[in-house]
Write a protein that binds this ligand. Structure first.
Ligand SMILES: Cc1cc2nc3c(=O)[nH]c(=O)nc-3n(C[C@H](O)[C@H](O)[C@H](O)COP(=O)(O)OP(=O)(O)OC[C@H]3O[C@@H](n4cnc5c(N)ncnc54)[C@H](O)[C@@H]3O)c2cc1C
Length: 370
């Protein structure tokens, strides 16, 4: 049986960031990834936005790790040549009711310590985005966009340069606690099984994180960490509107998502999304019949868009702890010693702002491991 110090399950952005961080202090790290490369699931199916941190309640991990992650992300991108753009973002109010929602976001952002936030009136908004009608809004100048593929590639390379083994096509298929260590059954692409013994486990399995916790003996329902899949579809906007927006432009958020907004790519292309609806299975097809709903959702936000400008693009699935109608749920990041699993770190419900927070999550994991 092979032995190592720490096994990280999952090579999405979070597993890679944790591997890169822990490799500063240890070379005995193996990352298990069931796909043939990194970031094949949620980490490559998202808006690639570097969030600022004003959407989440004060004192939540989401707020704390997003604000810190935003700062760490810009520094990492600069030092490691990862393409990014600090384009800024407007959250706009189209009605009086939305105006109070946007004002509370601003106040929450100030309470969370988000830098670079300002309140705008209609005149200032039309100066910044002439094609977007609005009563009022906020400008966040620390929001930006990033090339998440290159970000992950750099994390992978830095971890490998410090002797981390990243084992692709290797699925964690079972976890046992035996004589004070963990034994992980690993299934390769041919279905062959081998065992890996380690002292510590980091569960960064994204959409399967509740199943990995269950493998270790935790009941996800009793522990309050059952994941619900919440799909988000995107529609691309005709190239004739390229360059019409220079900021990310969002409406006021809904209880389960940030609302269908304008997503800018680093290449200047404009997309709309993501929508938010709960599903029972993982299926990334985009339903073309949702086009009209997208068109209606943005009619007052982007009046220059016509329905024929929209084409189905891609979809991602959020690993949500919050189910329909339930209250806000925070990231779950905990050492499971209290459940008889010392050195077993669960990372569950790492939905947005998971990309932005990845480097701060990694620091947090390092801290709780000590
Ligand atoms: C529609 C959408 C838009 C989003 N937009 C943003 C945004 O703009 N900004 C932002 O900050 N965040 C955003 N997010 C959130 C962000 O994408 C996620 O928080 C982040 O990608 C989660 O990364 P992860 O590493 O935890 O999970 P994943 O990327 O899902 O990685 C988990 C990995 O674990 C592997 N795995 C699972 N089970 C096993 C097993 N048994 N054995 C081995 N490997 C296993 C999987 O194959 C996968 O590669 C968005 C999410 C969605 C869905």
């Amino acid at each position: 049986m092979e032995k190592t110090g720490c096994v990280i399950i999952g090579a999405g952005v979070v597993g890679l960031a944790v591997a890169e961080r822990l490799s500063l202090g240890s070379s005995e790290i193996v990352v298990l990834e069931r796909r043939d490369s990194f970031g094949r699931e949620t980490s490559s199916r998202n808006s690639e936005v570097i969030h600022a941190g004003f959407y989440y309640p004060a004192s939540s991990l989401k707020a704390e790790l997003c604000v810190e992650g935003n700062r760490l992300m810009y520094a990492f991108c600069r030092e490691n040549s990862v393409s990014h753009r600090r384009c800024g973002k407007l959250v706009v109010a189209r009605t009086k009711e939305e105006e109070s929602k946007v004002l509370s976001l601003y106040e929450q952002g100030i309470a969370n310590g988000v830098p670079g936030l300002s309140l705008l009136d209609a005149r200032r908004i039309s100066g910044l985005e002439p094609a977007v009608p609005a009563h009022a809004g906020i400008l966040s100048d620390t929001t930006g966009i990033v090339d998440t593929h290159t970000f992950m590639k750099r994390l992978e390379r830095r971890a490998q340069d410090r002797s981390v083994t990243i084992a692709y096509n290797c699925e964690a298929a079972g976890i046992l606690r035996v004589n004070g260590s963990y034994r992980i059954s690993v299934k390769d692409a041919d279905g062959s099984l081998m065992e890996l013994q380690c002292e510590r486990v980091v569960n960064a399995a994204g959409l399967s994180a509740d199943r990995i916790a269950a493998m270790a003996g935790i009941d996800p329902d009793k522990a309050g960490c059952r994941i619900h899949y919440c799909k988000g579809e995107y529609f691309s906007v005709s190239g004739r509107h390229r360059g019409k927006l220079s900021h990310l432009v969002y409406p006021a958020p809904t209880p389960i998502s940030l609302g269908i907004h304008g997503v800018l790519g680093l290449d200047g292309a404009l997309k709309l999304g993501p929508s938010a609806f709960y599903v029972n299975e993982i299926n990334y097809d985009v339903d073309g019949s949702h086009r009209h709903d997208f068109f209606e959702a943005v009619q007052t936000l982007f009046p220059f868009i016509e329905e024929d400008d929209l084409s189905p693009d891609m979809a991602g699935i959020r690993p949500k702890l919050q189910y329909k109608g339930e209250a806000f749920r925070d990231f779950v990041i905990r050492d499971e010693s209290d459940r008889g699993l010392p050195g077993f770190i669960d990372l569950i419900g790492i939905e947005s702002p998971g990309i932005t927070s990845a480097l701060a999550i990694a620091k947090y994991v390092e801290k709780i491991m000590k």
